[in-house]
Every structure is written in C-alpha cells, then in structure tokens.
Design a protein. Structure first.
Length: 426
C-alpha cells in the first residue's frame, strides 16, 4: 500500500529578518499616537468628568471683568422733532393769497402769503388824514401864539410909554410946585397919573406872561395830539406791513392750513414752517425713573453709529401709558442727515463712579438676580457668588466676588441648572 507523502520535503527555512519592518513601523506609530492623544485628552477628560453639566460654548456670551468709569444711565427710544416750527397766523380778516406750497424750501424773511384787508388800509388812510389835520392845527396854533404874544408885547410897550409920560409930567409938576406955579390939585393928579401908569404897565406885563404860558400849553397839547396820531399811523403801517406774511426761519413749508384765496379771520392759522437746522429728540422714559430725572442732566443721542452730546431740557409733568415724555437738545451742531420724526435711541446720564470694577451687562443679571455668575477658565465654568452695585444700560458694578481680568458668563444662566461646575463644549 502506497503512503501519501507530505510537503515537508519541499519547505525551506528562512532566517528571521533583523531591524524594523514596515508593518512594525505603522503599528508603532499608531501606538505612540494613541498614547499622545490619551496624554493630551486626559486633562480635558478630567475637567469633563468633574463637571456636573455640559453646555455649548457657542450659546454663551462671555465678557471680561474690567475697571473704569461707570455711569448710571437711562436708555430710551424717541423721535426727532423740530425745535423750531412756528405756525404763521393771519394778521387781519381778509382774503389770503399763498405764495408757496407744502414742502417748498424757504429762506428767512421770504414772502409766504399775503392777506388783502381793505378795512385796515382804509383805517390807515383815515388816520393819515387825521395826522395831517393835527399838524395843520399845530401850525395854526403856532401862528396864533406868535400873534397873541405880539399883541401882548404891544400892550406892554404902550403901558411903558404911558408910564414914562406920566413920570415926566410928575417931574414937571414937582418943578412947578416948587415955584407955586400949579395948584395942589394938579400936583396930586400928576402923582395919580404916575401910579395909574405903573399899575397898567405891571398888569400888562403880568397878563402877557400868563398868556405866554397858556399859549405854550396849547402848543404842547397840539404837539401831543400830533404824536398820538403819529402812533396810530405807525401802528396801522405796521399792520399793513404784516399783511405780507414772511417766513421767520430758514426751512421748509410744513402744513398749509388754508387754501389759496380763502377768506380768513384775524389770528387764523395759515401755514407751518419747519426749521431743519434746529432739532431736538423727544424720548419716552419709563415712569420708574421719574424721581431721577432732572432738567439739565447730560444725555447722548445715537445716530448712524455715532454718539452726540445733548442736554435734558424738558420733562412732562404727567405720566401717559407708564411713560414720561422728556426732551433733549443737542449741545453742538445738529447731526447731518437727520430727519424729522426719525427714530433714534438715546441715554440720559444720571450719575457716575470712577475707578469701578465692572462687567458688561447681560441676561445673567436677571436670571441670577445679580447674586452669582460663572467664571470661565479652561473650558470650565465655575459658579461664583457676586455682589452687584450700580447698574447702567451697558455695565454692572461688581462689589465683590470677581477680580479684574477674569472672564465670566453674561448670557442667561438658565441652561446651567444651578450646577457648581459646567463643562463648555466646542
């Protein structure tokens, strides 16, 4: 029986190669990489293992604790309004003729409208005529005064001549008396004539003085009548001039309150002009800040990414829908490209504290009641109790619990579930 032979006789012994093979190199690299990954991942694993909660870092807002000047302020929304927007009224009853249309640009002292008022023009003509009459009366009184003063002077002069003649006759009578050339009766008569002449001269002088004062008074009265009439004419001239309604400012025509050629009454609104160079901002402030608002507080208005300084100039005395209306005025020039009724944001600065430890304000303040936050370090967020102080629109004062330079979570802490340590995953 023949036996089947194996292949042992065909096998050849091969010597084991010395050194590293390609397979061993690959296996070694894999082992080394695994060990290195384990070394680097071990701290992360330890942090992850020590955390009670895991939260994605992308869902969080982080901020650094800083030190600086903290200002308590009020944030409010408002709209731009024209600080100067006068409404022009009809100066008298009549028919109005409009010279502009709504939206037209106008310059200061440009004609806006004219009112035709025959009544005022007729009154002006009447008072002008009355002024001419008063001036004529004054001139007539002036002539009469000179005439009367001339007559009085004539009476004084005649009395003076009579007095001189009487004194001359008395001297003649005295000389004749010494020579016994005249009787006692004629001598006494000469003395009586002198006394009478002196009395007439004195009365004529006194009467002329009184009449002079009286005539001066009459002239003064006539002059006052002229001045009174001149005031009437001046007032009517002013009223006639106001029949041409001029723009008091440079701006644009707002609302036309009447139609062209309408019959209008005195003091009826005609048109509104808006001064585009003087804007203010009307803000709606929550009534919870009512006690903190004071006229004169500094403010800032945000417009097109820039902040413009302003001043609080008025506060509404009443609360409407839990809001207080306040108005701020720009300290410098009005910002460019600002339009009426444009929506803007502003803040009113209430008080400030220098060299303050603070952090950016965020939802963490409401979710934690301002009692704690989380300090972030190496992807771990650790719960930290804090004490907050002054709160502004953008920052929160930190009284205790944090240090300058630390990074903290300022977003809502709801997802942290009050855990002491939270792992922040990428």
């Amino acid at each position: 029986m023949n036996m089947i032979r194996d292949t042992s006789s065909q096998d050849e012994i091969i010597d084991k190669p010395r050194g590293l093979t390609k397979k061993r190199i690959v296996i070694g690299a894999i082992v080394v990489g695994a060990i290195a990954a384990l070394v680097f991942a071990w701290p992360s694993y330890q942090r992850w293992a020590s955390a009670e909660q895991t939260v994605s870092k992308e869902r969080l807002r982080l901020a650094r604790v800083t030190r600086g000047d903290l200002t308590r302020d009020i944030s409010a929304q408002g709209k731009v309004i024209a600080a100067i927007k006068p409404t022009l009224f009809s100066p008298a009853a009549g028919n109005v003729t409009l010279k502009v249309q709504a939206g037209d640009s106008v310059q200061k002292d440009q004609l806006i409208a004219s009112v035709e008022s025959p009544e005022i023009r007729n009154l002006l003509d009447q008072e002008t005529s009355a002024l001419s009459s008063a001036q004529t009366r004054y001139q007539r009184q002036e002539i009469q005064t000179r005439k009367t003063m001339l007559e009085n002077q004539q009476k004084i002069d005649l009395a003076n001549v009579a007095l001189i003649a009487a004194r001359r006759e008395l001297r003649r009578a005295e000389a004749a008396r010494e020579k016994d050339a005249i009787s006692e009766f004629d001598f006494d008569k000469a003395k009586d004539d002198v006394a009478t002449a002196e009395l007439k001269h004195e009365h004529a002088t006194a009467d002329a003085k009184l009449q002079q004062e009286s005539l001066a008074f009459e002239l003064k009265t006539a002059q006052l009548d002229i001045e009174h009439q001149q005031l009437k004419v001046k007032e009517l001239v002013r009223q006639v001039g106001e029949l041409d309604v001029m723009s008091p400012v440079t701006g644009i025509v707002g609302n036309l309150l009447v139609e062209n050629k309408d019959a209008v009454s005195k003091n009826q609104p005609l048109v509104t002009v808006v001064d585009l160079t003087a804007f203010e901002v009307e803000l709606q402030v929550p009534d919870s800040y009512a006690s903190a608002l004071e006229i004169g507080l500094d403010a800032e208005v945000s417009h097109q990414g820039q902040r413009y300084p302003a001043t609080l100039v008025s506060i509404s005395p009443e609360v409407v829908n839990s809001q207080i209306t306040a108005r701020v005025r720009f300290k410098g020039s009005t910002p460019d490209n600002m339009k009426q009724n444009q929506r803007v944001s502003a803040r009113i600065l209430l008080e400030g504290k220098p060299d303050t430890l603070m952090v950016e304000r965020g939802p963490f303040l409401e979710s934690s009641g301002g009692h704690y936050t989380y300090v972030v370090e190496d992807n771990l967020a650790k719960r930290q109790r804090i004490q907050t102080g002054l709160v502004s629109v953008g920052e929160v004062e930190i009284l205790s619990g944090l240090k300058e330079g630390q990074t903290v979570v300022i977003s809502s802490l709801t997802d942290f579930n009050n855990a002491d340590v939270v792992y922040l995953s990428d």
